[in-house]
Design a protein around this ligand. Structure first.
Ligand code: ZN
Length: 170
């Protein structure tokens, strides 16, 4: 079978930062900076969880769903946090379906740096929308300014649909 690469050249900025800022947790930072939700691309906050647009997405609409508490492992999560995260995954999927109409989704958690976790200290789900052929055209969309622009636009669309469809909000 022919193997295909998923090109995400904007991720290099993120990868280069990993070593330098290992003491910081960007999820905790976003949880704390509630007045900066627009700048921080925070979509929703609930009692126990937060949903953020991934600044370095694998695909358009790539969301991160995390508990508010800085915990690394599923076994550290309470029953309520587990339920909340999965509910937020479900509601996020609804919001994405209503806005950018993905044809499929990848949902997953990377536990540990070796498994690909960029932020191993703070548990989070990845929700990545997929479209037929999406691994073939992404490589042309590598300009960072274009990406951040579309993230802001996407955040606006997702917030609008959250209101309309009674989904979680800030
Ligand atoms: Zn954290």
């Amino acid at each position: 079978m022919e193997s295909k690469n998923l090109w995400a050249p904007w991720r290099i900025k993120y990868i280069q930062k990993l070593g330098r800022e290992s003491g910081e947790c960007f999820i905790c930072q976003r949880v704390a900076e509630s007045e900066d939700d627009d700048k921080n691309l925070v979509l929703w906050r609930t009692d126990k969880g937060i949903v953020i647009l991934n600044l370095f997405p694998y695909n358009n609409g790539h969301l991160l769903i995390a508990p508010l508490r800085h915990i690394a492992e599923l076994e550290e999560a309470t029953e309520m946090e587990m339920l909340e995260m999965l509910k937020l995954v479900r509601e996020s999927q609804k919001a994405l379906t209503a806005t950018i109409k993905p044809q499929g989704f990848n949902i997953g958690i990377n536990i540990g740096r070796v498994a690909g976790a960029g932020l191993p200290g703070h548990l989070h789900f990845h929700l990545v929308p997929r479209w037929e052929g999406d691994t073939n055209f992404i490589n042309v969309c590598s300009d960072t300014d274009v990406i951040s622009q579309s993230l802001t636009e996407l955040l606006g669309q997702l917030r609008k649909v959250s209101k309309e469809q009674n989904l979680p909000q800030l």
